[in-house]
Write a protein that binds this ligand. Sequence first.
Ligand code: SAM
Length: 242
Amino acid sequence: MDCDSIELVPYLPYILQDFHEVGSHAESLLRVINELKPDRKINVLDLGCGKGAVLCTIAEKIDSTCLGIDAIEPFIQYANKYKNQRNIKNCDFVVGDIRNLQDIKSSYDFIIMGSIGPIFESYTIAMESLKKILQDDGYILLDDGYMENGKKHAVTLEKEELFVQINKAGMYIEREYTGKDICLADEFEGQLDKIKVRCNELIEKYPEGEILFRKYIEKQEVEYSALENEITCSTMVIRKLA
Ligand SMILES: C[S@@+](CC[C@H](N)C(=O)[O-])C[C@H]1O[C@@H](n2cnc3c(N)ncnc32)[C@H](O)[C@@H]1O
């Protein structure tokens, strides 16, 4: 759901209305947390939680207290409605900018960054900010992607550069999950079709916005193609250096 045009943001809830998961695969992240989690109730923070699909799955299946934050209000409204429909009590969703986390006083066992892209200025800056609210034995799950070393992409970093930026913040990648386990590439085509249908509806409704919506379609085509052919999708398990 990459989007770098601020004008498009108000239309994203419409464009993505057919999606419950708007980024990461909930069941995959659930599996990763189940593998890593200590044998006690855990605290989970989901940054850029979208419509809450990942966090609701975790909250339902794991003994936990969960908080999801996203900047798009209709996504948070959807997440709250969905959790209420499923009677999920251990999960809160709030609207907020995840680059400003100074009001958060809790300390988390897991912090999820699921398909949020390069929101922070760098991964060093992101990790330095998150370190303060991560338990010493906690995990950051960065579900994203990188280019193999030597290959360039407009926004996606090369693997080595990504790892270096994380190390600079006194963190390291303990392990990563790649391939079919976390990346459902066979769903990409259907997802792109749904996005195109909704953008074309918007073009009919708002002909003055045609260029904006067409550009979004083009960008999505490029991004999905990169995800399929160039980018290595990875769930990186990040911890504090001792
Ligand atoms: C591709 S979606 C992923 C959503 C969710 N993590 C998932 O995997 O289903 C990216 C999300 O990041 C959110 N986002 C982008 N910039 C943000 C910011 N500065 N603060 C909070 N949320 C942000 C967007 O609103 C969007 O919901």
